[in-house]
Design a protein around this ligand. Structure first.
Ligand code: ADP
Length: 154
């Protein structure tokens, strides 16, 4: 059976930290869906379309990666596409507390989906989409925090 994982997130924007989780997740799974959790009531910095394009272009030559979005419970999305794993990254103790609750609740809702955590590498631990959005808002240069091959969509 194919091992299918979902890496869910806002990816607003997708950073070097996310890229590192994906590159370390790739040998573990046959397919990874990078799935943007879309919430029409939540305002984002990059539109859904921009995020889909930016991440899609980054992985256009990686056949194991599918870039998608969903607007439902993450476990329902996993069921729909046949994923048995949820991939998440852990940076700090704060991430751990947040992720622990989500993973335990998701497991209650669907015990067939196992959450797998990848610990951030030290150099990317401070890389955080919220801080990057703040820098972008004031016109700062965020290129060192974004994947080298990523092109920002206007
Ligand atoms: P969410 O809105 O679900 O928190 P994010 O896009 O911020 O989504 O992050 C998606 C996942 O990537 C989360 O599990 C988050 O902890 C992880 N992540 C974010 N930044 C990093 C990083 N620098 N290193 C490792 N994991 C990260």
């Amino acid at each position: 059976m194919q091992k299918i994982a979902v890496f869910p997130g806002s990816f607003d924007p997708f950073t070097k930290g996310h890229e590192n989780v994906i590159s370390r997740g790739l040998p573990l799974f046959d397919r990874i869906y990078i799935a943007i959790g879309y919430n029409s009531e939540k305002k984002s910095f990059f539109t859904l379309d921009q995020r889909l394009k930016m991440i899609g272009k980054l992985y256009q030559n990686e056949p194991k990666i599918i870039v998608d979005h969903y607007e439902e419970l993450t476990v329902d999305y996993c069921k729909k596409i046949g994923a048995q794993y949820l991939l998440r990254g852990l940076r700090t103790a704060a991430d751990f507390e947040y992720e622990r609750a989500i993973a335990q609740i998701n497991r209650k809702m669907n015990p067939d989906v196992e959450t797998v955590f990848i610990l951030a590498v030290p150099e990317y631990t401070p890389v955080n989409s919220t801080i990057i959005r703040e820098i972008l808002k004031y016109g700062g240069d965020v290129s060192q925090f974004l994947p080298d091959d990523m092109i920002i969509e206007d």
